[in-house]
Design a protein around this ligand. Structure first.
Ligand SMILES: NC(=O)c1ccc[n+]([C@@H]2O[C@H](COP(=O)([O-])OP(=O)(O)OC[C@H]3O[C@@H](n4cnc5c(N)ncnc54)[C@H](OP(=O)(O)O)[C@@H]3O)[C@@H](O)[C@H]2O)c1
Length: 341
């Protein structure tokens, strides 16, 4: 048995209104008990900073609501310190709902042992991650059913899911991939680094006018991560038989009691188009197949994932704000170690 472990965690002390503030959270130090039978202690290395974290801070969230006084929900990767669970031993790399803390105590079945021989553990948060690569995969191949020759538009395109979705659309045969993102740096990243055909800076350009220019034949598939005005603008450009994929609506997550529905939804009727939402967990039975495909494309260099790191568990609230304000490109990660290593 190891010595008592010290844990530092970020707990929710009140539910935010709008943008989460530092004063909505507290940083708490505690000693962790050894794991019970079937339990595991995990040294948390890196957390995935995901849009759903904002939604679990609210009462009545689709994902389990974060409890007041508890470490905030977050997925992450880490290493087993001590195990009383079958199939896991000290030193194993694992993925699971580790939470905003440095040491997590969890039942063994909540964790997945990772094969890190060919991939870094953080690949299981990004390119192969449940909330990133797998989400984009099912949104593009299953819900959007992207096929040869499609013109595909992706919103939130320079973020984690969006940057994967655009690259996967190309691999699915799209002839034209257009990203929508905020700021010239993101537009450059999409076109120069990720091979998007074009990108629109929704903050400084006229989205509808630019879309008409860039997709004169209309939009076959819209992969939407944002909702609100952006969804309305793209709905105006859909064609006969379009598929509008509702992956998320991050523009609405800070006021979930007043979500704004699409104003231009009648375009769906006019164009005999469909709009379909999904949660990645609906496709659980197909995860191994999707993960194998993603790993293959990653190994061959056909898929790339930029990682943006912040450091220190106490910076969890600030890192969540960074996600909501778009201060990153690619996958936003929080390393638990206080300084970059
Ligand atoms: N359906 C599922 O199972 C599933 C699973 C995982 C994630 N998702 C969804 O996927 C989406 C992306 O999540 P992510 O974790 O990959 O985050 P992300 O895209 O890495 O980061 C969020 C991005 O959203 C953009 N954004 C924020 N507020 C905005 C606004 N008001 N208008 C326009 N853009 C805004 C920002 O980029 P800009 O600088 O470009 O504004 C920011 O970078 C979210 O909607 C999330 O809920 C769905």
């Amino acid at each position: 048995m190891t010595n008592a472990q010290k844990n530092r965690k970020v707990v929710l002390i009140r539910r935010p209104h709008g943008m989460p503030l530092d004063t909505d959270f507290d940083v708490v130090d505690e000693t962790v008990e050894p794991p019970p039978a079937g339990g595991v202690l995990v040294q948390v290395d890196v957390l995935s900073i995901d849009a759903f974290i904002r939604t679990v801070l609210d009462e009545g969230s689709y994902h389990a609501t974060a409890g007041i006084g508890h470490a905030v929900t977050a997925l992450g990767v880490g290493r087993v310190i001590e195990s009383n669970a079958e199939g896991l031993e000290a030193g194993d790399h694992v993925f699971g709902p580790l939470g905003a803390q440095t040491v997590a105590s969890l039942p063994g079945p909540a964790l997945r042992k990772l094969d890190v021989r060919y991939l870094a553990p953080t690949a299981y948060l990004g390119a192969l991650g449940l909330t990133t690569g797998l989400t984009a995969y099912f949104g593009i191949f299953e819900v959007g059913a992207v096929t040869t020759g499609d013109t595909v538009v992706v919103s939130g395109a320079a973020g984690a899911v969006g940057s994967m979705a655009g690259q996967l659309a190309r691999l699915a045969g799209a002839s034209r991939v257009i990203g929508i993102a905020g700021g010239p740096g993101k537009v450059g990243y999409l076109v120069d680094d990720l091979g998007f055909d074009a990108a629109i800076d929704y903050k400084y350009e006229d989205l509808e006018a630019r879309l008409r220019e860039l997709a004169p034949g209309g939009v076959d598939v819209f992969y939407d991560n944002v909702g609100g005005d952006i969804l309305d603008a793209v709905l105006m450009q859909i064609v006969e038989g379009s598929r509008v994929v509702i992956c998320g609506a991050i523009s609405q997550y800070q006021h979930m009691d007043q979500v704004r529905g699409p104003r231009n939804y009648l375009k769906l009727a006019e164009r005999h188009a469909r709009m379909e939402g999904f949660a990645v967990t609906h496709f659980q039975a197909q995860f191994p197949r999707a993960e194998a495909a993603l790993a293959g494309w990653l190994a061959s260099g056909q898929l790339v994932m930029r990682e943006h790191y912040e450091c220190g568990v106490e910076n969890f609230p600030a890192t969540l704000r960074l996600l909501l304000t778009g201060g990153h490109q690619g996958k936003l990660l929080l390393r638990m170690a206080p300084t970059d290593v």
